[in-house]
Design a binder for this molecule. Structure first.
Ligand code: ZN
Length: 337
């Protein structure tokens, strides 16, 4: 059952012993379920009141984030339904889990300026129409993701491509090209289904489309965020204060050292590492195909910025300032806020 599940998710056949072994290791990890307890020294969180002029970052699980600055909020990839693996594997009809979505929205600001979506997969876009309506946010995503959201009931979104720039409230958002990690050799759900003109229903209806990354500038801070990617497409060659890098699968891990070299971040936040088939209230558990020990090792060797982790719904405020090389490259820097 589990082999069939992952095959279907990847839409490929599993080739031989190597693939079977990888799956066994993956599911063993899922069963054993490492959480964040071993990494308390890396977890960043606010100790008290929100510092002035800082950008507050709240992790929503999977690749979801809320950024807040001076009364404004911006969301990326909010996903609370956390559909279980077997529903995905069986190609079941997907519906947002309303009680979970409402539970997640309780942690959000009442209004958001926009929702940025990196690509159209269900774990990034399924809940977006509801979150849009509840937070009065506009959607900024690729044309195919905007189309999917609209077919799922969302109000019209702003279809963007790499190179576009949007200014909304205090936010300057640069849209950047990205790639999607491959699962056993190919991007999952990367082709439109032949029946895919109505409301998206099955997991494969939520196609990847054009993957995007975003460079968000606010209050003098620069935050880069993507959902992973292959070494064929690296982040821009410019310094950022916070790099949020998807780390779900081997492709993104392979490009990590080069990504850090280009971004020179003050803080590095590996993302999309949790097991997003489990509900959020079950707590953070690393996903079956992640490898955080390697991510940590590569970050320490790269010596660019401070590696941090965030727990679900525990805000952390990105300290203002910094940006100089001496500050940005100091791996001993301690989290104060
Ligand atoms: Zn995806």
């Amino acid at each position: 059952m589990q082999l069939a599940a992952i095959r279907r998710f990847g839409r490929i056949g599993c080739k031989g012993l190597k693939g079977a072994l990888l799956l066994f290791v993956g599911f063993s990890t899922q069963i054993l379920g490492a959480g964040l307890n071993s990494y308390t020294d890396l977890i960043a969180k606010d100790a008290g009141a929100m510092p002035r002029n800082g950008v507050r970052v709240t992790y929503l699980g999977t690749n979801g984030y809320q950024f807040e600055f001076q009364g404004h909020a911006l969301l990326v990839d909010p996903y609370f339904s956390r559909v279980d693996l077997f529903s995905i594997a069986l190609g079941s009809r997907l519906q947002p889990n309303m009680s979970r979505v409402v539970g997640g929205i309780r942690y959000l600001a009442p209004r958001a300026d926009a929702i940025l979506v990196t690509h159209g997969h269900f774990d990034h876009l399924l809940d977006v129409p509801i979150v849009m309506s509840r937070t009065h946010a506009r959607l900024i995503a690729s044309a195919s993701a905007v189309d999917l959201a609209k077919r799922a009931g969302a109000s019209p979104g702003d279809a963007v491509t790499a190179g576009d720039v949007r200014r909304i409230g205090p936010w300057k958002i640069r849209v950047l090209p990205a790639t999607h990690d491959r699962l056993f050799g190919r991007v999952p759900f990367d082709q439109p289904e032949t029946h895919g003109s109505g409301r998206p229903q099955r997991p494969s209806d939520w196609i990847c489309g054009e993957p995007l990354a975003f460079l968000i500038e606010v209050g003098g801070q620069r935050i880069y965020i993507d959902s992973g990617g292959t070494p064929a497409q690296l982040p821009p060659n410019e310094r950022v204060d916070l790099a949020i890098l998807g780390m779900a699968l081997p492709d993104s891990r392979a490009r990590l050292p080069a990504a850090l070299e280009r971004l020179h971040p003050r803080y590095v936040l590996p993302s999309h590492q949790d097991n997003f088939f489990r509900p959020l209230d079950a707590g953070f558990q690393f996903g079956p195909l992640t490898d955080f020990s390697r991510v940590r090792r590569d970050c320490e060797q790269a010596n660019h910025g401070r590696l941090i982790l965030l727990d679900y719904f525990r805000p952390w405020t990105l300290p203002p300032g910094g940006g100089s090389k001496s500050q940005s490259s100091n791996p001993k820097q301690r989290i104060k806020s």
